[in-house]
Design a protein around this ligand. Structure first.
Ligand code: ADP
Length: 725
């Protein structure tokens, strides 16, 4: 049995960045406005607030490496009760981590769970692995900084806003914008009006209204005589955006064109020529837009929908444009790379976390295939005047599948759509479906991205076990796009015929019923799919070795170090919080909060609280939910508060028991020497300095309350008298 040292600290450093959108201390999204428009989100909240730990799940301990979570336990150590997280390591070694050291633990994501390493306690492997990862991360950090540097030295076009015209445009939006949508719009417009090149990522779950953000930006650009290019990953999406943009701009003298394989060669050629002479204001297209011959008279804004769906070559082209033109990227599942950049403050990020009003979460059913379920689901939808997507992702047999469906549902009108159809037919079918000439569309994943048909409120996915998590999420997002209740049926073969991973994926998607699960899901997906294709083999190897959270921490620290002109090193990760032990029970007792996971969550929130206000907020939540705090819980908060003060003034450790104790200072503390001398002189029998960094005190502190008060007083006078840099 090994007890983990309680040293350490929160190593995610946000520096002096503005934090405008964050979760509150208990993980719920809140807004916190700050002056200025540059916004980022707290990486902690994204990474650490991931699903609760379950038994056997890999977790990373900063000092000991990857182990497996094996529950919480209450131990009586030296007569003091405390809760400990049990981590299992190789050779069935156990590590007991006190809940005051939770900040050293992160959730492991980085590959299939079964492939996560299992380190040996006390072995050298972990130190070497961390060292190697640090070196590799340095290169990624340097690359990120390079892109950033290029961007900050390029001055961009400062768009001017004509308020009256803009108001006219806003009035024709048929809905009221949601608060998040409005904030994203404000941020984008404000970026565009600055002389810097914009590189903003708008991240919002499927159906949360990102398109309107793009339209407002496009309006501002065109109003300023600039051209706009909208880059989308699929032909169908291009067609849809084309229709939407045309509708939205119908009363404005703005010309919108489209470049996709749906268009005849002649039309495309004409559109391109007109782009070149500035006759076209907005061009919407697939990667074809990037194919070398794109020649625009005066491009002012590039809007990219779902950037991660573009291939490497196209991304290179986008990168080339990035340093010069304002770019607005829309995404529902942020890729780690994008997330990286946003986190490292290199890219501005707006999050649309709330759905439009009256949106209902899609109801999901994971079921073994049964024709009765299919028939009932479709019939119910038909009866309420709605339509259904029937996803059958095998082009070879799709006709057969449609035929079978026709026999099952003679009352429905059924059509087929897939990517190998000729453009004209595909366009026609999609159009007819949109105009409700059919009830059911039997289709492949061609509908996956962005397709918006408000009347389709049931989706049935055959062989749902064959899809990735992000894909299932996207597909589910194709329904439930208005205020009607929508349903997603994920049909599978029987459980023996499915892989373990598939079963986990389906369980995960069913558990993420909430609207807005996209962000959580991105990380989930990452964990299961592996990240090779996204970050390149080297990085994915590192992530598998050390876990995603720690990788992100390393990357962020490396970026900070390089920014400050230093070489990143492992030492940067050494936590600088204080260890506080007053030898009294500090826990949330089981009879106060019986559920282990809830207790663990609250421990996490307390550990991560940044200041007294955060702690107070958590306390209020606890009291609201569970009643007055029992003494060990009060102690827990008092310890946490002491830790915060101690950290602030450069104290490494506070130990105190019945007979007194000691305080250990860091080298770079801000203790005021005059105050220290006063203290030593005032009670020479109590206080003594042992070396330059240790203050001991001897007195009777057998009563716990007295002990607590004594320590609080001592620390608060150090704090009040501290040297301010
Ligand atoms: P996505 O974020 O996936 O791009 P869209 O922008 O396509 O989502 O929006 C999905 C649907 O929601 C569209 O039909 C759109 O008209 C509608 N919508 C957008 N904003 C609002 C809003 N504020 N209130 C109600 N409906 C909205």
């Amino acid at each position: 049995m090994i007890f983990s040292a309680c040293a350490g600290g929160s190593f995610g450093n946000m520096g002096n960045r503005a934090l405008c959108y964050k979760r509150d201390v208990c993980g719920e999204w809140v807004n916190s406005y700050q002056q200025g428009n540059r916004r980022t989100i707290n990486p902690d909240t994204l990474i650490h607030n991931l699903p609760e730990l379950s038994f056997g799940q890999p977790v990373v301990h900063l000092d000991h490496g990857v182990g497996r979570y094996a529950g919480l336990t209450t131990l009586n150590v030296g007569g003091v009760k405390g809760e400990y997280l049990i981590l299992l390591y190789a050779d069935e070694d156990k590590l007991y981590v006190p809940i005051s050291a939770l900040h050293l633990i992160s959730y492991y994501a980085g590959g299939a769970e079964g492939q996560a390493p299992l380190h040996k306690l006390g072995g050298e492997t972990w130190r070497r692995t961390k060292q190697k990862a640090t070196e590799q991360v340095r290169d990624v950090a340097a690359e990120l900084l390079d892109i950033y540097a290029q961007r900050t030295i390029k001055t961009g076009f400062s768009f001017k806003q004509n308020f009256a015209q803009y108001q006219r445009f806003c009035k024709t939006f048929p809905f009221e914008t949601t608060r998040d949508q409005q904030q994203a719009i404000n941020a984008v417009l404000s970026d565009m009006c600055q002389p810097l090149v914009m590189d903003r990522l708008v991240c919002g779950d499927v159906g949360f209204g990102k398109t309107e953000v793009a339209m407002r930006a496009a309006f501002l650009a065109v109003e300023n005589g600039k051209q706009v290019a909208v880059l989308v990953p699929t032909t169908l999406l291009a067609q849809q955006h084309f229709n939407n943009f045309r509708d939205r701009f119908a009363t404005w003298p703005i010309r919108i064109e489209m470049i996709t394989r749906f268009r005849s060669h002649k039309k495309q050629k004409k559109a391109l020529a007109d782009m070149g002479t500035g006759k076209v204001d907005i061009i919407i297209g697939t990667h074809k837009l990037l194919q070398g011959h794109l020649c625009l008279k005066d491009l002012g804004l590039l809007i990219i929908d779902e950037e991660h769906r573009f291939g490497v070559r196209h991304k290179e082209r986008i990168k080339a444009i990035r340093a010069e033109v304002d770019i607005l990227t829309l995404t529902a599942t942020p890729i780690p790379r994008t997330l990286n950049m946003a986190m490292s403050g290199m890219r501005d990020l707006s999050i649309i976390a709330t759905p439009p009003a009256r949106r209902l979460a899609v109801k999901i059913f994971v079921r073994e295939y049964d024709s009765l379920i299919v028939r009932t689901a479709i019939l119910d939808e038909v009866l309420r005047g709605g339509q259904t997507y029937y996803l059958y992702n095998d082009v070879k047999n799709i006709k057969k599948a449609a035929k079978k469906l026709e026999e099952l549902l003679p009352e429905a009108r059924i059509a087929i759509a897939h990517g190998q159809m000729c453009e004209r037919n595909l366009e026609q079918v999609m159009n007819d479906f949109h105009h409700q000439r059919f009830n059911v569309l039997v289709c492949t994943t061609i509908i996956e991205t962005g397709i918006d048909n408000a009347n389709v409120n049931t989706i049935i996915i055959e062989r749902a076990d064959k899809f990735g998590l992000a894909q299932l999420h996207q597909l589910r997002g194709r329904v439930g796009r208005s205020h009607h209740q929508a349903y997603a049926y994920l049909l599978t073969p029987n459980s023996q015929a499915m892989s373990d991973d598939a079963q986990k994926r389906l369980a995960a998607i069913a558990s993420l019923e909430d609207l807005g699960a996209g962000l959580v899901l991105a990380a989930h997906d990452l964990e299961m799919r592996g990240v090779g294709e996204l970050l390149g083999e080297d990085q994915s190897g590192q992530i598998t070795n050390i876990g995603f959270s720690l990788y992100m921490e390393l990357l962020e620290t490396a970026v900070e170090a390089l920014k400050n002109g230093c070489e990143p090193s492992l030492a940067d990760l050494s936590p600088n919080t204080a260890e506080v032990n007053l030898h009294m029970p500090t826990l949330l007792p089981e009879d106060f909060i019986p559920d282990v996971n809830t207790r663990l969550s609250f421990y996490k929130y307390i550990t991560r609280a940044k200041n007294a206000n955060d702690l107070e907020e958590i306390k209020i939540k606890l009291i609201d939910r569970f009643g007055l705090l029992p003494e060990p819980a009060q102690n827990l908060f008092k310890h946490a508060e002491l830790r915060q003060y101690a950290k602030e003034i450069g104290i490494k450790r506070i130990e105190c028991n019945e007979h007194g104790g000691f305080i250990e200072f860091r080298d770079n503390n801000c203790i005021n020497p005059t105050h220290m001398i006063d203290l030593l002189q005032s009670s020479p029998t109590v206080y003594r300095l042992e070396g330059p960094s240790k203050l001991t005190f001897i007195l009777d502190l057998s009563d716990r309350k007295t002990r607590l008060m004594f320590t609080q007083d001592l620390i608060s006078t150090f704090f009040a008298n501290r040297r301010v840099a």
